[in-house]
Design a protein. Structure first.
Length: 350
């Protein structure tokens, strides 16, 4: 039986890039480009008429920009949106406004970059068609952690220095990780994070988290010590693992083969945590398509770690957490907004 074609609307103000997008996407048997829009106002007129399954959206457009457009679109038409963006901080604002994912615009003078862009875009269009589009406010106003829960230093002095929390995420994970980290106190145990994201964007994302959260957040470098009060984010296009260096846990970042189609891979991080930190670890697997991180989370649990999977109703894509749960790698499933309290409670028990 032939697979149903996904109806895609292309929104981009560049005539040349729009034509390249339409021509290439139209060659995909599972995609039907139902139309295009040259700016946000044009898109607003056409969306009710064309009823697309997925929208590709240029973030930087004249008139109404992509972020303001999303703020108007998503509450009325919760359609999955894939951002097509240059290396720019606005992509994170647009993800916060309700976009599902993003793809970096290619260098149009390099054919291999254009080919890679379309491989990634087509893959993400397919993922987006299964996504649960969340309203921007849905995950932001529900979390309330009492002041006594936030203050760890008086309750758990020094006991937590050997504890490491490992977080893995993909589609929808930028906002899910932010929702967790912004509720954690400044003296929270060291965190290591792998988020599927291209190079360049990981540094900007870490800087954004650092501005918003109480903990310090940085893009990881080989040799960084995992320390209380700091979160380390795997660099895009590199694998990151935890190693023991003398009395400290540190991270090692290296170029290598993709694992489960990803670099950085959540499984690479989780397997290293399972091997090195064992029962002193807590693992968290968040929203994302596929199975990256599921086997690693199971290894963590088998080695004594406590493990948390994001629940279906709060995921943009309930893929990675579902596979981890089905494998038996998840101790507890919870909505994203409850995970900070679960983490704090578990540390109090430790």
């Amino acid at each position: 039986m032939q697979q149903k074609q996904l109806k895609v609307l292309v929104v981009d103000d560049s005539i040349l890039f729009r034509k390249v997008m339409i021509d290439r996407l139209s060659k995909e048997p599972n995609i039907k480009v139902v139309g295009y829009a040259f700016n946000a106002f044009d898109a607003k007129r056409k969306i009710p008429l064309l009823n697309p399954d997925v929208i590709t959206l240029d973030v930087e457009m004249p008139g109404l920009n992509g972020i303001d457009f999303l703020k108007q679109l998503i509450p009325k038409h919760p359609i999955p949106v894939i951002l097509v963006s240059s290396l720019n901080l606005t992509v994170f604002e647009a993800l916060s406004a309700g976009a599902v994912d993003f793809v970096k615009k290619p260098d149009m003078s390099k054919q291999h970059a254009i080919n890679g862009f379309f491989v990634e875009l087509i893959r993400k269009i397919s993922i987006a068609s299964h996504a649960h589009v969340r309203l921007p406010s849905a995950a932001q106003n529900k979390v309330h952690i009492s002041p006594i829960n936030r203050n760890l230093s008086n309750i758990l002095p020094n006991k937590l220095n050997d504890t490491v929390v490992a977080i893995g995420a993909s589609t929808g994970g930028t906002e899910a990780t932010l929702a967790i980290l912004k509720e954690l106190p400044a003296d929270f145990p060291g965190i290591v994070i792998t988020q599927h994201m291209p190079p360049g964007f990981t540094k900007m994302y870490a800087e954004r988290l650092n501005r918003i959260c109480k903990m310090q957040v940085k893009e990881a470098q080989t040799g960084d010590i995992i320390t209380r009060g700091q979160a380390l984010l795997a660099p895009g296009d590199m694998q990151m693992k935890v190693v023991k260096t003398g009395a400290n846990y540190t991270v090692q970042c290296m170029h290598g083969e993709k694992v489960n189609g990803h670099q950085p891979s959540v499984d690479v991080l989780f397997h290293s945590v399972a091997e090195v930190i064992k029962q002193n670890a807590i693992g968290v697997i968040l929203t994302g398509m596929g199975h990256d991180g599921a086997a690693g989370l199971l290894a963590m649990r088998n080695n004594g770690a406590y493990t948390i999977g994001q629940s279906k109703e709060s995921c943009v894509v309930y893929g990675m957490p579902m596979v981890a749960y089905n494998l038996g790698g998840v101790c507890i499933q919870a909505p994203c907004e409850q995970i900070p309290n679960i983490l704090l409670q578990k540390l109090r028990e430790k």
